[in-house]
Design a protein around this ligand. Structure first.
Ligand code: ADP
Length: 456
C-alpha cells in the first residue's frame, strides 16, 4: 500500500522536532518550547492517524475524505496548537477566556465537518482549508503582532507558505505523485518552522548576553564616575581647607611674632580674619556632615506647622544686615497657610539660595523673594538678575560638588555642596526644588513645602 508512505516523512520530521523541542524545553524551561513540543507531538499523532486511515481504507480514494473523527480532530488540533505556539513565541499567551472560546469553536467546527459534510466529498477541502486558516493566523501573529526578530520573520514566513500550500492543496485534486510532493513540501516547511522556534533560544541567549554587557558597561561607568567624584572630593576638600588654614596660620603667625609692632586696630583686623576663616572652616565641616547624612538617608527633619511669612522676613532681614546696599524685594500673599517644616532647616535653604543670588549676580542687581500657594503646597521662589543657567547647568546644579566655575582662581570659594544640601532638605520635607530661567534673565530657584492639613 504505497500511499501510506506519503505520511512517513512528515511523521518522522514531526517526531524529530517533538523530541528536539522537548529536549530544549527540558534544558531551558521556556513556555513556548513546551507548547511547540506539544504541537509537534499532535502532528505525529495526526500523521499516524493518516497512515492508519490509508492502511485501513481504499488506497485509491482521497485520504482526507477517509480521515474519520480522530484524524480530523488531530489535524485541527495541530493547526490550533501551531497558532497557540506562535502567540507564546511572541510573548502573548492566550487568556483563559480565549482558550475556552477555542474549545467551543473546535467542538462546533468538528460537529460541522464530521456531521454535516461527511460523505459529501467536501470534508477533505474544508478540513484542509480550516487548518490552513490557522497556519495563516499563526503567520500573522509572528509577522505582524510580535517584536521584530529574525526568528519571528523566518517562522512567520514558513507558516505563511504552509498556509498557502494548504489552501492550494485543498483546491487541487491530486494523484499520488502530487500528494507525495505536497507532503514533502509541507515537511520541509514544518522543519523550517521547528528549527526557527529552536533558534529563538539562541536569540534569547544573545539578548541576555547583550543585556549583561550593557549592565557591566553601566556598572563600569558608575565606578569610574565614583572614582572621579572621590578624587574631586579629595582635591576640593584639601583646597577648601588649605585656603582658610593658610590665612589663619599666616595671621596668627604674625600676631605671635615678638618683633611685630602692631597697633590695636591692626591686631583686631587680623583677629577678625582669623574669626571669619574659622567660621568658613566650620561651615565646610557642617556642610560635609549634612551631605553625608543626606546620602545615608539619616538627615532628621523635625516638621512642625510653621508660618512661612515670618521665616522668610527673618532671612531677608539677615541678608539686608549683611548686604545693606543690595535691593531685596519680598512679596508674600496676605494669608499664607501653615506649612509642615523644620524651621531651622528651611531657613538654611532660603539663606543658601539668597547667598547664591547675591554671589552670582551683579552688585546692583535686585533680588526678589516670592511665595504662593499651588496645589496643596506653598511655593517659595528666589529670583536674581544674574547670568542665568544653560539647560545642562540647570540639570546638574543640584548635584554635589557641581560648580560652574571650577578654577582655583574663581571669585567665590564654595564646595558646590549648598544646592545639593538644599535639595536633600527639601526632599526630606516631601517637597520639590528646581531652577528655571527668569522671564527677564537671571535664575529663579524655587521649592515647595506641603501645606499642613486642617484636622477635621
Ligand atoms: P557653591 O555656591 O558653594 O559653589 P552651590 O551648590 O550653592 O555651591 O552652587 C553650585 C554652583 O551653582 C555654583 O558654584 C554656581 O556656579 C551655580 N549657581 C548657584 N546659584 C546660582 C545663581 N543664583 N546664579 C548662577 N549660578 C548659580
Amino acid at each position: 500500500m504505497p500511499s501510506a508512505f506519503v505520511f512517513v516523512v512528515p511523521a518522522g520530521v514531526s517526531l524529530v522536532l517533538a523530541l528536539l523541542t522537548a529536549a530544549a524545553y527540558h534544558q531551558a524551561r521556556r513556555g513556548y518550547l513546551a507548547v511547540w513540543a506539544a504541537a509537534w507531538a499532535v502532528a505525529v499523532l495526526y500523521y499516524l492517524a493518516l497512515i492508519g486511515a490509508v492502511m485501513a481504507g481504499d488506497p485509491a480514494g482521497d485520504v482526507f475524505g477517509m480521515l474519520g473523527p480522530a484524524g480530523t480532530t488531530l489535524g485541527w488540533a495541530r493547526a490550533v496548537v501551531f497558532w497557540l505556539g506562535a502567540r507564546w513565541l511572541v510573548g502573548k499567551p492566550p487568556s483563559r477566556r480565549l482558550v475556552a472560546l477555542l474549545l467551543l469553536g473546535t467542538l462546533l467546527w468538528l460537529g460541522c465537518v464530521l456531521g454535516l459534510l461527511e460523505g459529501q466529498g467536501l470534508a477533505a477541502p474544508v478540513t484542509r482549508m480550516g487548518e490552513a486558516t490557522w497556519f495563516l493566523a499563526a503567520a500573522a501573529v509572528l509577522l505582524l503582532g510580535g517584536p521584530r526578530s529574525m526568528v519571528g520573520l523566518l517562522a512567520g514566513t514558513m507558516l505563511l507558505l504552509l498556509g498557502l500550500q494548504g489552501f492550494l492543496a485543498s483546491w487541487l485534486v491530486m494523484d499520488l505523485t502530487g500528494t507525495i510532493a505536497s507532503g514533502w513540501v509541507s515537511s520541509a516547511l514544518a522543519l523550517a518552522v521547528g528549527l526557527s522556534v529552536l533558534g529563538r533560544l539562541l536569540e534569547e541567549e544573545r539578548e541576555v548576553a547583550n543585556a549583561r554587557s550593557r549592565e557591566l558597561a553601566a556598572a563600569n561607568a558608575r565606578l569610574a564616575e565614583l572614582d572621579r567624584l572621590k578624587s574631586d572630593f579629595v582635591s576640593m576638600v584639601s583646597h577648601e581647607l588649605r585656603t582658610p588654614l593658610g590665612l589663619i596660620k599666616g595671621y596668627v603667625g604674625t600676631l605671635l611674632r615678638r618683633d611685630a609692632t602692631l597697633d590695636d586696630a591692626t591686631r583686631l583686623e587680623f583677629l577678625q580674619v582669623v574669626d571669619e576663616e574659622t567660621d568658613s572652616l566650620t561651615e565646610l565641616v557642617t556642610n560635609l556632615l549634612d551631605m553625608s547624612r543626606i546620602e545615608a538617608g539619616t538627615l532628621r527633619v523635625d516638621c512642625q506647622p510653621t508660618p512661612l511669612g515670618p521665616l522668610l522676613e527673618d532671612c531677608a532681614a539677615r541678608l539686608r544686615a549683611r548686604e545693606p546696599a543690595r535691593r531685596l524685594d519680598v512679596a508674600l500673599p496676605p494669608a499664607l497657610p501653615l506649612v509642615l517644616a523644620d524651621e531651622r532647616r528651611i531657613a538654611q535653604v532660603v539663606e543658601n539660595l539668597l547667598t547664591n543670588a547675591v554671589r552670582y549676580s551683579p552688585d546692583a542687581a535686585p533680588i526678589a523673594v516670592r511665595a504662593r500657594v499651588v496645589n496643596g503646597s506653598v511655593e517659595v521662589a528666589v529670583a536674581d538678575q544674574g547670568p542665568g543657567l544653560t539647560p545642562e547647568q540647570r540639570a546638574q546644579v543640584f548635584e554635589k560638588f557641581f560648580r560652574i566655575d571650577q578654577s582655583d582662581s574663581r571669585r567665590f570659594g564654595g564646595a558646590g555642596l549648598g544646592l545639593a544640601i538644599c535639595r536633600g532638605i527639601v526632599e526630606a520635607h516631601r517637597g520639590r526644588i528646581w531652577v528655571e530661567n527668569g522671564a527677564g534673565g537671571g535664575s529663579v530657584f524655587a521649592f515647595t513645602l506641603p501645606v499642613q492639613r486642617e484636622e477635621p
